[in-house]
Write a protein that binds this ligand. Structure first.
Ligand SMILES: Cc1cc2nc3c(=O)[nH]c(=O)nc-3n(C[C@H](O)[C@H](O)[C@H](O)COP(=O)(O)OP(=O)(O)OC[C@H]3O[C@@H](n4cnc5c(N)ncnc54)[C@H](O)[C@@H]3O)c2cc1C
Length: 393
C-alpha cells in the first residue's frame, strides 16, 4: 500500500484544464463561431436553412472530420476535441453545433469503428472533404423503442432492396451519405437490424418532408423515403444483424456530445446575460448591482460548470477506453436540464427585450428544448442511469 506522500505526485489534472493543442483548437472554433457564424444566426433561424458557404468553411477548417485519421484526409483528433468543437459552436449557434455533432460523433465515428478498409477508403476522405452524413434510425412508430423499426431489407444476389420510411433525420437535407438502419431478418427481432451505407443517389432513395421546428431551425430534420432502394451488399456496415449494437454504442457516445451542445448553449446564454446585466440601468444603476440578479447569475454559472464537468469527464473517459455509459447518460440528462433553465433565466434577465427576436437569448431558449428529446429522451437517460445504479436484481 503506497503512503499518502508517495501518491501525491500522481495527482490528476483538473478536468477543465486543457492541453496546448486543445486550447488552440478551442480558440480556433470560438473565433470561427464569433466571426463567421454569429452574424448569420438570426437570418438562418428565420430561413430554416444553414448557409452553404458556412458549411463549406466548416469542412475547410477540419470541423467535419475531427476524428478521421490523417491518412484519410481528416484531422486525426480525438473525441474530446469533437466535444470541444460542439460546445464552442453551441454557445453561438446550437444548429451549427448539431451539424458538426452528427457528422463527427455519430457518422464518422461509426465508419471509423465499424467500417472495413474498403468502406473507410471509399467514404472517410469524402466525409472529411465535402460530404455531410446523416444517421437514420428513428421512424414514425420507432422512437424511444428504436429497435421496433419497420424498415425492411431483403437480399437479392449482390444487393439489398430496402423499403421503409425514416423520420426526424438530422442533416438529411444536406447529406450525401446516410447510415441507415433496416431489419434484414425480422424473425430474429432486433438481431436482424443491420446498418447500411446509403448514398443519396441510390435508386429508390428520396429525402422527404423537412420539419418546421421550434428550435435548432437551421439544422435540417427530414423524412427519408426508401422505395425498394437498391443498396450493394458491400455497403452493409459491420455484420448483418449487428446494427442494434452499432446504434446503441454510437448513441452512448453521441450523448456526451449532446451534453456538450447543451452546456455550450447554456454558456452562451450566461455570457449574454452577464454582458446585458452590466449595461442595463434601472433605479439609477446597472441591474448587475442588484443582489437578486447576481444570485441568478451565480446559479447559472454553477449549473453550467457542473454540466461541463460531467461532459468533459464522460468524453475523457471515452477517450481513455473506460466504461462511460452511465456518465454519458448523466451528462446529457443534466446538461439538457440546465440548458433549459439557464436560457430561461437569461430571457428574464433581459426583461422584455429578452422575449423578442432582436436579442439572442430568445433563440437559445427555443433551441434548448431539443436536448431533452433527441438521442434518447430524458426518461430514457434516467432508465439507463437507474439500470446501472440498481444493478442485477
Ligand atoms: C430535431 C430532431 C432531430 C432528430 N434527429 C435524429 C436523427 O438524426 N436520427 C434519428 O434516428 N433520430 C433523430 N431524432 C429522433 C429522436 O431521437 C426521437 O424523437 C426520440 O428518440 C424520441 O422518440 P419519439 O419522438 O418517437 O418519442 P416517444 O418515444 O414516442 O416518446 C414520447 C414520450 O414518452 C416517453 N417514453 C417513451 N417510452 C418510455 C419509457 N419506456 N419509459 C418512460 N417514458 C417513456 C418519452 O420520454 C417521451 O416523453 C430527432 C428528433 C428531433 C425532434
Amino acid at each position: 500500500m503506497p503512503t499518502v506522500a508517495e501518491t501525491t505526485h500522481l495527482t490528476a489534472a483538473p478536468l477543465t484544464v486543457l492541453n496546448d493543442e486543445e486550447k488552440m483548437f478551442q480558440a480556433t472554433v470560438r473565433r470561427f463561431a464569433r466571426e463567421r457564424i454569429a452574424p448569420h444566426v438570426r437570418e438562418m433561424d428565420e430561413a430554416s436553412v444553414f448557409r452553404k458557404d458556412l458549411l463549406h468553411e466548416m469542412f475547410e477548417l477540419g470541423l467535419m472530420g475531427i476524428e478521421i485519421p490523417e491518412e484519410y484526409g481528416g484531422q486525426g483528433g480525438n473525441f474530446f476535441q469533437a466535444v470541444l468543437a460542439v460546445e464552442a459552436l453551441a454557445a453561438v449557434d446550437p444548429s451549427a453545433a448539431v451539424i458538426v455533432d452528427v457528422q463527427n460523433t455519430i457518422a464518422n465515428n461509426v465508419i471509423i469503428r465499424w467500417g472495413n478498409e474498403e468502406q473507410k477508403g471509399r467514404y472517410l476522405p469524402k466525409l472529411a472533404r465535402d460530404t455531410v452524413a446523416s444517421f437514420g434510425l428513428s421512424e414514425a412508430g420507432a422512437g424511444s423503442d428504436a429497435f421496433s423499426l419497420a424498415t425492411r431489407a431483403t437480399k437479392h444476389g449482390d444487393h439489398y432492396s430496402i423499403t421503409g420510411r425514416k423520420l426526424w433525420i438530422t442533416n438529411a437535407a444536406e447529406a450525401g451519405l446516410y447510415l441507415l438502419f433496416a431489419n434484414a431478418n425480422p424473425e430474429a427481432g432486433y438481431r436482424g437490424i443491420t446498418c447500411f451505407l446509403v448514398e443519396r443517389n441510390f435508386p429508390g432513395f428520396h429525402v422527404g418532408k423537412k420539419e418546421d421546428k421550434l428550435g435548432i431551425r437551421a439544422s435540417s430534420t427530414c423524412e427519408l423515403i426508401l422505395d425498394e432502394c437498391r443498396v450493394p451488399a458491400e455497403n452493409v456496415l459491420g455484420e448483418v444483424g449487428k446494427g442494434y449494437k452499432i446504434a446503441i454504442e454510437t448513441l452512448n457516445e453521441g450523448r456526451i456530445a449532446i451534453g456538450a451542445q447543451m452546456a455550450g448553449l447554456a454558456q452562451g446564454a450566461l455570457d449574454h446575460a452577464i454582458a446585458y446585466s452590466k449595461q442595463r440601468q434601472q433605479f439609477g444603476k446597472a441591474i448587475a448591482d442588484f443582489q437578486g440578479v447576481q444570485f441568478e447569475l451565480a446559479q447559472m454559472a454553477t449549473d453550467v460548470e457542473a454540466a461541463r464537468l460531467l461532459v468533459y469527464n464522460g468524453a475523457r473517459m471515452r477517450d481513455a477506453g473506460l466504461p462511460f455509459v452511465t456518465e454519458a447518460a448523466m451528462a446529457k440528462y443534466f446538461a439538457s436540464q440546465i440548458a433549459e433553465s439557464t436560457a430561461s433565466r437569461a430571457v428574464e434577465i433581459f426583461g422584455g427585450v429578452g422575449f423578442t427576436k432582436d436579442y439572442p437569448v430568445e433563440k437559445l431558449y427555443r433551441d434548448a428544448k431539443i436536448g431533452r428529446i433527441y438521442e434518447g429522451t430524458s426518461n430514457m437517460q434516467k432508465l439507463t442511469i437507474a439500470k446501472q445504479i440498481l444493478g442485477d436484481r
